[in-house]
Design a protein around this ligand. Structure first.
Ligand code: P6P
Length: 279
């Protein structure tokens, strides 16, 4: 697994260069989810694929920027689902973005996840690796990722990150979000899943929600390369992650590589409130 982490670190350093200096204009292509691809989306995807091709233990990759799986090594054991540059449209307004990786073995359902990694490209570049625990690293001036500390969620937090088009929320979801704000939680939502979840993890907890809405009933966030990896991180950090049927996210089975799900990530107490709301 360490050779995979090293490849992700190398990719992160190369992608950080693209973010700072490359063209963030739109390409002429559209990805499977229907997003118009930025040139930087495609370049970041190629960087990661190039680094992963060097690793014999990687059997195949599933990228948000590609329609189908890509086989790398017949004798490999890991499937890596990844979003090379999540929230890339935020680069043009100089907000933080990220890369997300799920490392699976024997399939690409939540239950097959063995580790999760994400990178935040913000004022600093930080990398988080979740296995049995959650460890955070920060890029130094010598382009080394230095271990900073473990990440643990408190039972109850203070931040509320409500995603999705509000006019499309159900009445019960709107009441859940309003009640949480009535209890004094602070609004923290940038539209970038990686920095928004990283903030909740570092600040001890809260709730990130991206529900099903009238415009996207199954939610917007993709299971294999966005939702499963962060569900793994939140559980290993002492929190929880469920869908709108009170099912554990990591028990879900995607119907196709780009399948989405409504999702709630948070500290234990906040997830209990979601469960009561969606009972
Ligand atoms: P909305 C970015 O495009 C993204 O996929 C996630 O990073 C983010 O959480 C979500 O979409 C934001 O979606 O509908 O709130 O703009």
């Amino acid at each position: 697994m360490n050779e995979i982490y090293e490849a992700i670190k190398t990719s992160a350093i190369r992608i950080r260069e693209l973010i700072e200096y490359d063209d963030t204009g739109y390409s002429s292509s559209i990805n499977t989810t229907g997003d118009t691809q930025l040139k930087i989306d495609i370049k970041s995807d190629l960087v990661i694929e190039e680094e992963f091709r060097k690793i014999p233990s990687i059997k195949e990759i599933i990228s948000e920027e590609k329609e189908n799986k890509t086989s790398l090594h017949d004798n490999g054991i890991y499937t890596i689902g990844y979003d090379p540059l999540d929230g890339s449209s935020l680069i043009d307004v100089d907000l933080s973005v990220g890369s997300i990786f799920g490392i699976y073995e024997g399939g690409s359902n939540g239950a097959h996840l063995k580790a999760a990694v994400y990178v935040v490209y913000g004022p600093r570049v930080e990398l988080v690796i979740a296995e049995s625990d959650v460890k955070m690293y920060r890029l130094n001036q010598k382009n080394e990722f230095v271990y900073m500390h473990d990440i643990k969620l408190k039972e109850k937090g203070k931040l509320n990150a409500p995603g999705g088009t509000q006019q499309g929320w159900s009445k019960s979801h709107k009441k859940l979000i309003d009640d949480i704000f009535q209890d004094g939680y602070r609004l923290r939502y940038s539209g970038g899943m990686v920095p928004d979840l990283h903030q909740i993890l570092l600040k001890g907890g809260g709730l990130f929600s991206y529900p099903g809405t009238t415009d996207v009933p199954k939610g917007k966030l993709r299971m294999i390369f966005e939702v499963f990896p962060f569900a793994f991180v939140f559980e290993q950090a002492g929190g929880a992650a469920i869908n709108d049927k009170n099912q554990r996210i990591l028990d879900l089975v995607p119907s196709h590589p780009h399948d989405t799900t409504p999702c709630f990530f948070g500290s234990k107490k906040e997830i209990e409130r979601v469960m009561a709301c969606y009972e």
